[in-house]
Design a protein. Structure first.
Length: 172
């Protein structure tokens, strides 16, 4: 046990708890219960649940004087955007501009034209979907309007390709 102070007034050190994964309000209560104070709270973009502590300055397990402040970083909600409705049927150039303005990336399915004047016939995620800012939208293009059966076959191949990639990424 560590003590602080002079011979006439000794105080027992407080052990700093691990605050990660707790909400900010829970962290404040835990610190108060251990005679410590919450210091600066800073939002950080991390993959953790929004509003939970993802880091702290005074490390957990450290011994400090009572009343010491502990600074924390908490996870901010990830910025999301909606994929615009109506991108199917527009030119690739128009869709690139529209998605770029939303800070989304565009990828044309391998084997399909990337010329700016081709028409977008399908996208994953689809129009109206909510995605994280910075996500990639995969599109299928077509030089000329095709038969409905051709578009359905293209759509099915694209969906299968995406499922295969997801399966492989989970196994990795």
């Amino acid at each position: 046990m560590t003590t602080f102070g002079t011979d006439s007034q000794l105080t027992v050190a407080r052990t700093v708890l691990d605050l990660t994964s707790h909400t900010v309000s829970d962290a404040r209560k835990l610190l108060t219960d251990h005679d410590l104070r919450l210091g600066d709270t800073t939002g950080a973009e991390r993959g953790a649940e929004s509003g939970t502590v993802v880091g702290q300055r005074v490390a957990s397990g450290g011994e400090v004087e009572p009343g010491t402040t502990v600074d924390i970083k908490f996870a901010k909600a990830a910025a999301t955007v909606w994929i615009p409705t109506g991108i199917v049927g527009k030119t690739l150039a128009a869709v690139q501009d529209e998605l770029g303005a939303l800070r989304l990336h565009l990828s044309v399915t391998t084997g399909y034209s990337q010329a700016s004047d081709v028409v977008v016939t399908f996208s994953i995620p689809g129009s109206g979907s909510e995605v994280r800012e910075g996500s990639t939208v995969v599109v299928v293009t077509e030089d000329t309007p095709g038969e409905p059966g051709q578009r359905l076959a293209i759509r099915r191949r694209l969906q299968q390709s995406v499922k295969t990639r997801r399966y492989r990424s989970r196994r990795a």
